[in-house]
Design a protein around this ligand. Structure first.
Ligand SMILES: Nc1ncnc2c1ncn2[C@@H]1O[C@H](COP(=O)(O)OP(=O)(O)OP(=O)(O)O)[C@@H](O)[C@H]1O
Ligand SMILES: [Mg+2]
Length: 334
């Protein structure tokens, strides 16, 4: 049985369609990444899967339990670490976990052992008796994650677990997530708008944009499907030789395109292993020297652009955040 099944799921808010007819399945034990920019519909989908919101149409189930007709069974099997940190800042780390054990009905005789276990896992032993208001952002998130897994859910939902954290803290959180996965073998459903996170952490990734799923696959296979290695060459400044070089390269079947800028030549190819020797062969035939040579494989960034037609980074970090403006104007219109 799949851990999560989503069929034709939609959610609209008054005038806006946050989730638009999505279908996907998540296998038991995998780390599934839900990758999309601000306002893509990630949190809305996760809130439906965790029974906090009702869909407008469609179906979703967790371990075979329908989120609408059987929400209490769904809740028993899941943990949800929401986008906003959910801990009580005035309680110590240990008290937060004790409280969490109470509300998720962890058997009394197991409480101390479970708390010791998760506190060790997220490396908060030294700080366990200090009020969490004194914690850094990364430590708060670690405690929040510990609260989400104290009752040993079968599926743990993590909504943007590293948003707003610096890159070192982010990498540390990925380490904890991997550790949790290894230790408990649970299914993880992680939303993110960080490419590196999806690429490094997830077994499979679903790209969501404007409420629609654009693609679902392993990061590796998504990149391979693009079939565009980029070979950047710095070649002889001799214009005539350069032109002859480009003309000859363009006759090769495996080369998709050759672009030139002021200093470099960029060769796009579906098969760099076969093309590279040919590039050198042609350069020596026409006497054009190659001064430098760099091969870049496609990144998940390139994958995102190819499916959505825009760059995720521009959307999330850019100074002019068009999507935010779009969402704000949409909300104003409500
Ligand atoms: N309670 C709500 N009422 C009205 N509109 C909502 C509500 N919740 C979400 N939306 C809208 O639905 C769309 C999807 O929002 P959602 O929070 O699911 O996106 P997200 O992918 O989680 O974005 P972010 O990366 O910013 O967290 C947005 O346009 C948002 O404004
Ligand atoms: Mg969100």
């Amino acid at each position: 049985m799949n851990a999560i099944e989503i069929n034709s799921l939609s959610k609209s808010f008054k005038k806006s369609l946050a989730v638009d007819n999505i279908s996907l399945s998540v296998e038991e034990g995998e780390i599934f990444g839900f990758l999309g920019p601000n306002g893509a519909g990630k949190s809305t989908t996760m809130m439906i899967l965790t029974t906090l919101l009702k869909p407008t149409s469609g179906h979703a189930s967790v371990y075979g339990y329908d989120v609408i007709s059987n929400p209490s069974q769904v809740r028993k099997n899941i943990g949800f670490v929401q986008q906003e940190i959910g801990i009580d800042e005035y309680l110590t780390a240990r008290e937060n976990l004790q409280f969490q054990c109470k509300i998720s009905q962890v058997p009394k005789e197991q409480v101390t052992k479970r708390i010791d276990e998760v506190i060790d896992l997220v490396e908060l032993k030294e700080k366990q008796d200090e009020p969490s208001i004194t914690f850094s952002g990364g430590m708060r998130k670690r405690l929040d994650i510990a609260c989400g897994l104290i009752h040993r859910p079968k599926v743990l939902f993590l909504d943007e677990p590293t948003v707003g954290l610096d890159i070192q803290t982010r990498r540390k959180i990925w380490e904890y997530i991997r550790k949790i996965h290894k230790e408990f073998g649970m299914t993880l459903f992680v939303s993110t708008h960080y490419m590196e996170e999806a690429d490094s952490l997830c077994d499979r990734v679903g790209i969501i944009d404007y409420g629609k799923i654009q693609a679902v696959d392993t990061p590796e296979s998504m990149k391979n499907k693009l079939e565009t290695d980029m070979i950047t060459l710095s070649v002889t400044p001799d214009k005539t030789k350069k032109q002859r070089f480009i003309k000859k390269l363009k006759t090769l079947d495996l080369i998709k395109d050759v672009k030139i800028n002021e200093t470099n030549m960029i060769v796009q190819s579906s098969n760099s292993t076969q093309v590279i020797p040919k590039i050198f062969q042609i350069s020596s035939e026409i006497g054009a020297s190659i001064d430098s040579f760099v091969l870049n494989k496609p990144t998940l960034d390139d994958v995102f652009i190819s499916y959505t037609g825009h760059n995720l980074r521009d959307e999330t970090n850019g100074k002019f955040n068009k999507r935010k403006e779009f969402n704000q104007s949409r909300r104003r219109a409500l």
